[in-house]
Design a protein around this ligand. Structure first.
Ligand code: NAD
Ligand code: UFG
Length: 338
């Protein structure tokens, strides 16, 4: 029996694939490389010494997806594939709704047809409608402010309806907070195309000399130093959360949402200072205006994942930033380009 990993060549998917292989699972990847590269597969091979079966297909292509299900004995699916850029989703809503939602409907239809009813899904902390009350719990109010966020919230609803219609489905909705870091080898990591939107890859690109300074988006929030506070989680801890959730869906039917976060918030300035400490490199920065749509503070209450999955985030902020830096140094221009 194999685990099908959609989007397995992506940032979080690739780290999860490595841990699945290390834990003895047979893994099959589906990825159309719209936001990744086949080079990732070579890197996973180097780390694990295993060749992985990968189908270069778009999840929207039903006939090709059917072939994957008919050729393999699939036990469960971990579904990472999707587009994730908030700003782009505002500009291209139909593209986002089609790619993220329609593809998931096609996937679920196929899973149903082949009686594969175990699913781990990449949701996001962005489904929390209000961050007035932190830490965020799984039963905090939900909502979305952009098409990307709506795709996650709508898909959570679709999975809930699916489970209501057929209680044999077993589904884990994993609400990630802010994934950072990379595999300790520096062979796989986050490789954003163009100028990074997220803070950590932006900092590492300043450190490596590709960008001149960090723009800190506002220092007038109601936080300790005025800058935005987030719950950063090492991608290896996040990947481990998928293995724990997989174990749960393989053994218990039901649908459950879990926060995957460290349960602690760090400000933008704290991230910059900690990065300087672990890398020994000075990071020039400038305080600019707030980024539209940003919130002041977001961090998780990860108690449910600890109690029900036996999962906790183990790595420190220093670990996260050291590993991000190690990846950036070894891959100045990302995959393929160094
Ligand atoms: P990523 O872009 O690195 O990985 C997604 C992968 O899916 C890519 O390899 C891409 O090529 C593939 N893909 C996209 N659409 C596809 C399609 N139609 N058919 C086949 N493959 C397709 O992103 P990531 O950071 O690894 O995120 C994985 C998942 O986690 C996404 O669903 C994302 O929305 C979610 N998530 C990410 C974050 C984050 O900050 N990275 C936070 C919360 C949730
Ligand atoms: N920030 C800067 N400068 C930058 C980039 C970010 O000051 O160049 C700040 C932001 O204002 C925020 C913090 O750094 O306070 C973190 O920003 P990120 O863009 O790294 O992360 P976000 O929390 O804004 O976004 C993440 C995911 C989104 C998801 C959102 C909510 O990237 O996909 O969490 O869950 F929608």
């Amino acid at each position: 029996m194999a685990i099908l990993v959609t989007g397995g060549a992506g940032y979080i998917g690739s780290h999860t694939v490595v841990q699945l292989i290390d834990s003895g699972f047979d893994v099959i990847i589906i990825d159309n490389f719209i936001n990744s590269t086949p080079e990732v597969l070579n890197r996973i091979h180097t780390i694990t010494s295993k060749k992985i079966k990968c189908y270069n297909i778009d999840l929207l292509e039903k006939d090709k997806l059917k072939k994957v299900f008919s050729e393999n004995n699939i036990e469960a699916v971990i579904h990472f594939a999707g587009l994730k850029a908030v700003g782009e989703s505002v500009k291209r809503p139909l593209y986002y709704y089609h790619n993220n939602i329609t593809s998931t409907l096609v996937l679920c239809e196929m899973m149903k047809e082949y009686n594969v009813k175990k699913l781990v899904f990449s949701s996001s902390a962005t489904v929390y409608g209000s961050t007035e009350n932190v830490p965020l719990k799984e039963n905090s109010p939900l909502g979305a402010t952009n098409p990307y966020g709506w795709t996650k919230l709508m898909l959570e609803q679709i999975f809930s309806d699916l489970h209501t219609s057929d209680s044999e489905w077993s589904i884990a909705l994993l609400r990630y907070f802010n994934p950072v870091g990379a595999h300790e080898s520096g062979l796989i990591g986050e490789d954003p195309s163009g100028v990074p939107n997220n803070l950590t890859p932006y900092i590492t690109q300043v450190a490596v000399g590709k960008l001149s300074k960090v723009h800190v988006f506002g220092n007038d929030y109601d936080t300790e130093d005025g800058t935005g506070v987030r719950d950063y989680i090492h991608v290896a801890d996040l990947a481990n959360g998928h293995l724990k959730a997989l174990d749960k869906v393989l053994t218990n039917p039901g649908i459950n949402a879990y926060n995957l976060g460290a349960g602690k918030g760090y400000s933008v300035l704290a991230i910059i200072k900690t990065f300087e400490k672990v890398s020994g490199i000075n990071i020039p920065y400038e305080i600019t205006g707030r980024r539209p749509g940003d919130i002041a503070v977001s961090y998780a209450d990860p108690t449910k994942a600890r109690q029900e999955l036996g999962w906790v985030a183990e790595r420190t902020l220093e670990d996260m930033l050291r590993d991000s830096w190690n990846w950036q140094v070894k891959n100045k221009n990302g995959y393929n380009k160094s």
